[in-house]
Write a protein of this length. Structure first.
Length: 121
């Protein structure tokens, strides 16, 4: 990958654009398998940007922050899609809100853990 001079931050920006495309696709009720494929592609690309940064020795604080923003947007998208799905289908399960809150808290706790682990003095 290093020989192609691909910048990891560009990969992260591509991921952010993919999130926006997924939200638009969900809004316009695109085929659910197409949306699922984009979600899988998102996670593959999310793993790829960090690997490229480490392999090509292009790690940066900006890249770390962009990656966290991208991950946060992804979690927001998942919660938004779950909320809209529940609202539209009127199939609110008693534990659904609980799971969404737990997923959000887990994400925030992992984000704080990795942030402070990487940048402690």
């Amino acid at each position: 990958m290093c020989k192609y001079n691909i910048k990891p931050n560009y990969i992260t920006f591509t991921n952010m654009i993919l999130i926006m495309i997924m939200l638009i696709s969900f809004h316009y009720k695109i085929n659910k398998y197409y949306l699922l494929g984009m979600m899988i592609l998102y996670h593959i690309i999310d793993c790829l940007d960090g690997s490229v940064a480490r392999q090509c020795k292009k790690q940066s604080y900006t890249g770390l922050i962009l990656d966290h923003i991208s991950d946060g947007l992804c979690w927001f998208m998942y919660i938004f899609i779950a909320y809209i799905s529940i609202k539209n289908h009127k199939t609110l399960h008693i534990y659904t809100n609980f799971y969404l809150i737990i997923a959000t808290l887990l994400y925030l706790s992992f984000w704080c853990f990795f942030y402070f682990r990487n940048f402690q003095n």
